[in-house]
Structure formats: C-alpha cells, structure tokens
Ligand binder design. Structure first.
Ligand code: GDP
Ligand code: MG
Length: 440
C-alpha cells in the first residue's frame, strides 16, 4: 500500500538522520521534500500546503533544531499530522436504538459499491449481526443479480425487484427486513460513470424515504483526486456520513486517502484491500499513518493473525519448537495459516521495519508457496519428520515428484535447517514470536 510514498518518506528521514544536528536549512529541505512527495502521491495541492505549514510550525515550536534527536522528533510530528489529516481516530458506524440500522451505499459506477455491500455484510455477520441486502440498482439487470450472488457467497439474504422502481424496492426491502427481524439493512444503489442529475434525484428520493443512519460514499482510491472531486460533488447533493476507499491493494498512490477527509469533512470508515469478500478493513488513521511512514502496522497484523491463526495449534507448535521438534509437517501447517492471512506482499507491509525497498524486490511472492507446498507434498512421511535423512538420491526423487529442481530442494532444506537453528537459538534466549520467523 502506498509503496512509493513510503519509500520517499524513508529516504527523506534517512537523509535527516544523516545530519546529526539539524539546522533550519535542513528543516526547509525536509519540508520541501515532503511537499514534493505528497504532490507526487496526488495529494490535493491545498491539503499538502497546509499540512507542510502545520508540520513546520510544530517542528519550530518543539525546537527541533536544538534537539538531540531531531529526526525522531520530526518523524513523530509527521506521523501525528498525517493521522490528524486522515481523521485522528477510527469513525465507527452508528449504533441504532431501534433496529434495523440502515446503511446506504452510494458512489460512481465501478467504484466497488456492490462488492463493498457484500464485504460489509460478511463483516457484520462475523460480529454477530444479522444483515440484509437490498439491491436498488435497477439500471442494469446484471447489477441486481450481482448483489444477489455476492449475498449468496457470504450467506446473507438479499432482495430486489427489476419490475419495480428503486424507491419501491427500498420500501419493500425494508418491510421484509423488519418483518423477519434483521438488524442491519445494507442498501446498494445505482452509480453512473459521471455525476448525473437524474441519478442524484433518485438517490435523494431513497434517502428521504428510508432515512438511512449511515450513508457511505464509495470511492476508488486508484483514481486519486478524481475520487476526491466526485466525493465533493456527491456531498453537495447527498449529505453522506462517511467514506469507503476501495482498491487500496492496487497501486493507489495515497492521494485520495490523504486528501478526502480534509476536503469533504467526512471520515474514511473502511478500506477495501482486494476483490475477495474478506478484503475489508476498518480504517484507522493512526495505523495508516504508521504504514505510510514505513513504521508498519503491528496492531492490524496481530488482529488479522488472531482472526485466522488457530490458537490451539499455535500453542502446540510453540511447545514443539521449545523441544526443537519442528518438522516439515509443522512447516506445512504454518504455510497454510500464513496463506490464509492474505497476499504476502500486504502482510509484509504491516511488519514494522520490513516495509523497505530491499524487501520489495525479495521473493515475497505467493507463487513461492506453490512450489514449496509441492516439494513438501512429494516427501515421504519419514522425510517430513526427519529431514536430515534427505540425501542426494532422495532429493532427486522429490525434485522429480514435485516438478521442481534439485537446486530448489537444496534451497528449501537449507532454509528449513537455518530456521531450525534460529528457533533453537531463540529457545535458549527464551524468545517468543515464532510465527514471524519465516525465511522468505
Ligand atoms: N482490487 C480490488 N478490486 C475491487 C475492490 N473492490 C471492488 N473491486 C472490483 O472493482 C470492480 C467493480 O466493483 P463493483 O462492486 O461491481 O462496483 P460498483 O459498480 O460500484 O457496484 C469489480 O471488478 C470488483 O471486483 C478492492 O478493494 N480491490
Ligand atoms: Mg454495483
């Protein structure tokens, strides 16, 4: 996420650290570099200008120039200001006294509304809620069908009616949801490629009819300032309450994420990080700022791991490692758990200190998993348990069986033995945190 911007910040802070003592000229240079980095990331011009002014003023106020740790202080200030710019703290959805809560989803066509409706339904379900989907996008028959399919995938009931009109569909849907005791309605609406008067009228009618508690504007983060401008135009007509930024997994540069709150006054509440229906995160400004500054996001990583990793299995594994009994079977299990957490490239960005250029070129590649899995699958039971018996002829057989080469087998074994050694060392020191010790 925002790799280019992160790299630039890393370079800027590296240069600053190199100075030891920082004078005003260095500070000016730093501010100029930050400003350029922000503009190149497609941050709104005015937003960037104001941000720089704030950072500069705070740096002078904190007397950074005479400090013994000037770079650290400036990093902290930049971190605080980026956090503030993105809204400070996470903005949750409204809590509603009398259900059903109604969440209306609006935005341009292709922004990711329908996908988000499915993602949100899935998330709410995991939180013990009973969501219900209404498809009020009747522009194209395929749109309502898409919502139905998305609903089926996350096992959430949905309603639409192509023969009717959007307002009627909303009324009918609401009635069904209430009669059947659903506690949250998620309402998908039509989007056009360009902002259009008729569409705005339709959305305004739905809003007046259903009086949604939350109205979320969905914006494609990859479109940068265009997304910000669309948000502004929508806001004029439909006073939405919050923002969802989608496609943050693509090569969005960061401009939308950093500008949209400041320009519209509405908080980003969720981010979409992939096409799959699990790829939704609550947006936390402070965590995003840390990610952008290459400081990682250990909190989100741990949350993600907690969601996925089987704790009982982790305990068993920890014991094995303490007794130095780690085998290829365990290695395989670990691979499966890590895979469940999502694309490796995303996970790496969340690990503090790992969000560096060097790693970008390293083979943190999901394809690497495939051949490793094939290799382990081609081992006999005994080989998995006692890898030290894997000699030359066994290596050749495994290579053939897995469609890889002896070199690849050699490499994997070497990594495995290094890992074992590392674990033994950690055991002696009594260190924990074994899940992160993968040599990829
Ligand atoms: N990579 C990525 N693709 C997304 C994300 N959200 C939606 N998409 C894709 O964007 C396209 C448009 O999504 P859709 O939900 O149909 O947009 P709508 O027209 O606003 O309802 C689809 O191909 C989705 O798979 C996301 O967070 N990441
Ligand atoms: Mg749609």
């Amino acid at each position: 996420m925002f790799q280019e911007l992160s790299d630039k910040f890393e370079g800027i802070f590296q240069r600053l650290k190199g100075h030891g003592k920082v004078n005003e000229k260095h500070l000016d240079e730093t501010m100029r570099d930050i400003r350029r980095a922000l503009l190149e990331a497609d941050v709104n011009y005015k937003v960037a200008k104001q941000l720089i002014a704030e950072i500069r003023q705070r740096a002078l106020g904190a007397d950074v120039v005479h400090s013994v740790t000037p770079a650290q202080q400036i990093i902290k200030i930049v971190n605080d200001e980026l956090t503030r710019l993105m809204g400070g703290v996470h903005a949750p959805l409204k809590t509603v006294n009398i259900p059903p809560a109604i969440i209306m989803v609006i935005g341009l066509q292709g922004a990711g509304k329908t996908t988000f409706c499915g993602k949100l339904a899935s998330l709410l379900k995991k939180q013990g809620k009973t969501p219900f989907l209404i498809g009020a996008d009747l522009q194209r028959p395929a749109a309502a069908e898409q919502l139905r399919i998305v609903g089926e995938q996350v096992k959430v009931e949905s309603y639409s009616n192509l023969q009717s009109d959007p307002v009627q569909v909303c009324k009918q849907g609401f009635k069904r949801a209430r009669e059947n005791g659903y506690d949250t309605i998620i309402l998908d609406t039509a989007g056009l490629l360009h902002v259009d008067d008729r569409l705005m009228g339709e959305l305004a009618d739905i809003k007046t009819t259903l009086k949604p508690h939350d109205i979320l504007f969905v914006a494609d983060a990859m479109t940068g300032q265009d997304a910000v401008n669309a948000a502004r135009i929508f806001l004029d007509r439909i006073d939405f309450t919050g923002i969802v930024l989608t496609k943050m997994d693509g090569d969005a540069r960061g401009g939308a994420a950093l500008s949209i709150k400041s320009v519209t006054g509405k908080p980003i509440q969720f981010i979409g990080t992939g096409e799959k229906l699990e790829a939704l995160e609550k947006f936390h400004p402070e965590r995003m700022a840390s990610r952008i500054l290459g400081m990682g996001d250990i909190v989100s990583l741990v949350e993600k791991a907690q969601d996925i990793v089987d704790l009982k299995q982790a305990k068993v594994l920890e014991k094995k490692i303490r007794r130095a009994e780690f085998t290829f079977d365990d290695f395989y299990d670990q691979l499966q758990q890590i895979k469940k957490m999502g694309p490796l490239s995303q996970i790496v960005g969340m690990i503090p200190g790992l969000n560096t250029k060097a790693l970008k070129d390293a083979p943190v590649d999901d394809r690497a998993f495939v051949s490793i899995e094939a290799i382990i699958n081609s081992m006999t039971k005994e080989e998995k348990q006692r890898p030290q018996i894997i000699n030359g002829s066994r290596r050749l057989r495994i290579a053939k069986g897995s469609g890889t080469s002896v070199q690849e087998i050699n490499r994997l074994l070497k990594q495995f033995f290094t890992m074992q050694k590392m674990m033994k060392k950690f055991n002696k020191k009594g260190m924990r945190g074994i899940n992160m010790q993968f040599p990829f």
